[in-house]
Structures are given as C-alpha cells and as structure tokens.
Write a protein that binds this ligand. Structure first.
Ligand code: ZN
Length: 171
C-alpha cells in the first residue's frame, strides 16, 4: 500500500468526502453531512481508471468517425461533418492554424492521454519508475485541461452563415 505524506490529512486519519468534500475522521465511516461512505482512497480506483480508459479508447473511433454536425440547407441540401472532415476542410481552405488546433486537440491529445493513463496504471500496479511517472502524471493532468474543441461544429455553422441561405444546423 502506498503511504501518505506526513503533512497530509490522510496521515492524520482524516478523509475527504468524495461526495460533498467535507473532511471527517475516517473512523466515522460515513459523512455526517451527506451520508456517503468515507475512504482515504477511492475503492478500486486503479481498476476503475483502466475500465474507463478502455471504454474511452473504444469510443474514440466512433467519436471521430461519426458525424458531429449536420447542416440542412435549402440551397445546398444536407451535409454532415465529422471532426476529421472538418480538419480536412479547414486545411484545404488554408486555415492551417485552426486545422492544426482541432487536429491536435481532438485526435492527438486523446491518444496521448490514453497511452499516458495506461502507463500510469501499469506503473502503479507493478511499481515501475515512480519519479518518471509522477512527471508523466503532472504533464497528463496539465494536458487534460485541453479539451476537444468544437471546431468541427463551428465549421458547418460558419459556412451556412457565409452562404447567406436559410439553413438548419444540428449538432
Ligand atoms: Zn459528504
């Protein structure tokens, strides 16, 4: 079992409620405010993390290959856009910075996060390279703030507005 820093609340047997955030002695068992169970660490966190990572990896392909936007226009008919097709269209029209941002945020960063989280889980499970994995965790946590941008969605909206026609946009 991984120990706690002596300055931490957990080292003094204080647990933070995962539901409402209140700190209570672990002996209480349940949070007096919301009655949730108290834990020093989330139970089965490694298994949950791996399960969620595998699920996210499986859903990554349909998320990027299925349409995220449909534009119905009286003049141009119906057109559907995926994230990939949005990147390609921006690139073909010379909007290279926008295409790169969408590509990196929607395609590259999720793959890097899947790999990093898998390495972190394996490292914790087998006790490999704790210092290097701590750095990897910090980088992954920082990059995690970069969420996928809805650029592909804005693509169709902008084109519908530029064309000046009556159109319906479904996201
Ligand atoms: Zn609570």
């Amino acid at each position: 079992m991984i120990g706690f820093d002596s300055a931490s609340a957990a080292a003094h047997a204080l647990a933070r409620c995962h539901s409402c955030g209140r700190a209570e002695p672990i002996e209480a068992g349940h949070c007096p405010r919301c009655h949730a169970s108290l834990h020093l660490r989330k139970p089965d966190s490694l298994q949950r993390t791996m399960a969620l990572t595998i699920g996210a990896t499986i859903l990554y392909l349909p998320a990027n290959l299925l349409p995220v936007l449909r534009v119905e226009s009286t003049l141009n008919g119906t057109r559907e856009s995926t994230i990939i097709s949005g990147v390609v269209q921006f690139w073909q029209e010379g909007d290279y910075p926008v295409a790169l941002i969408i590509f990196i945020a929607s395609i590259i960063i999720p793959v890097l996060k899947f790999l990093a989280i898998t390495m972190l889980c394996l490292g914790v499970r087998f006790g490999y390279w704790p210092r290097a994995l701590t750095q990897l965790y910090r980088v992954t946590d920082y990059i995690g703030r970069w969420r996928a941008t809805p650029g592909g969605k804005g693509d169709g909206t902008a084109r519908a507005l530029q064309s000046g026609c009556i159109a319906a946009v479904a996201i």
